[in-house]
Design a protein around this ligand. Structure first.
Ligand SMILES: [Fe+2]
Ligand SMILES: [Fe+2]
Length: 203
């Protein structure tokens, strides 16, 4: 796909990947990726997940955001990544799939947990792994984010009750998408149904 940078698995660490992302991504997106990296690392420490995996998934999660529109569709077609109709009409959703592919094929990530945390960071899914929940949540709460009014509350919740934070983030994401008339990936709705039910059944 025309990338020159490749991290060999034995050399892979998050600082090499930071340099790669700094070159690849626009400044704002790079700063966001750093924010997700250290927020995911902090959540991993809090919940006993593998910190190094969280850092790597965090810095790489938006690597495919460097591409958009027809370009990202063409790259997926070239790599044999199948896309749904929803994804073809809302290309912002595709970067998670292509990002997971790039993490493996361009940045030498062989760890399935990291690849899967990148794969599901946008929509979430029912029954996420701990690392998937951590990266999904870090993407929403990292310090440079300012979209939601109640972010201070969600940030605190993320460190107290991760499943509840995931449910609230999914709920707000659905509200936001409905509000701007964007097509909703059925995965986001399924993930919300799962986590809202999980929270309800716990009470
Ligand atoms: Fe993303
Ligand atoms: Fe992101």
């Amino acid at each position: 796909m025309g990338f020159t940078f490749r991290v060999q698995p034995e050399q892979m660490d998050n600082t090499d990947l930071e340099k790669a992302m700094e070159k690849l991504l626009p400044e704002r997106r790079y700063r966001h990726s750093l924010g997700v990296e250290y927020t995911a690392g902090a959540l991993a420490m809090r919940y006993g997940a593998a910190t190094e995996k969280a850092l790597i998934a965090g810095i790489l999660h938006d690597c495919a955001k460097a591409f958009r529109g027809n370009d990202i569709i063409r790259r997926c077609d070239e790599c044999g990544i199948s896309l749904t109709d929803t994804e073809r009409s809302n290309t912002a959703l595709i970067h998670a799939k292509l990002g997971a592919y790039m993490a493996e094929h361009n940045y030498g990530v062989q760890d399935e947990e990291i690849i899967s945390a990148i794969r599901w960071h946008t929509t979430g899914r029912p029954g996420m792994t701990l690392l998937e929940k951590i990266v999904f949540t870090a993407d929403y709460i990292e310090p440079h984010r300012d979209r939601a009014d109640n972010l201070p509350e969600i940030r605190e919740m993320a460190f107290n009750d991760l499943d509840r934070a995931v449910a609230v983030i999914l709920e707000q994401t659905l509200e936001f998408l409905k509000g701007c008339g964007n097509e909703i990936d059925p995965g986001t709705q399924e993930a919300y149904d799962y986590y809202s039910e999980l929270i309800k059944n716990r009470e």
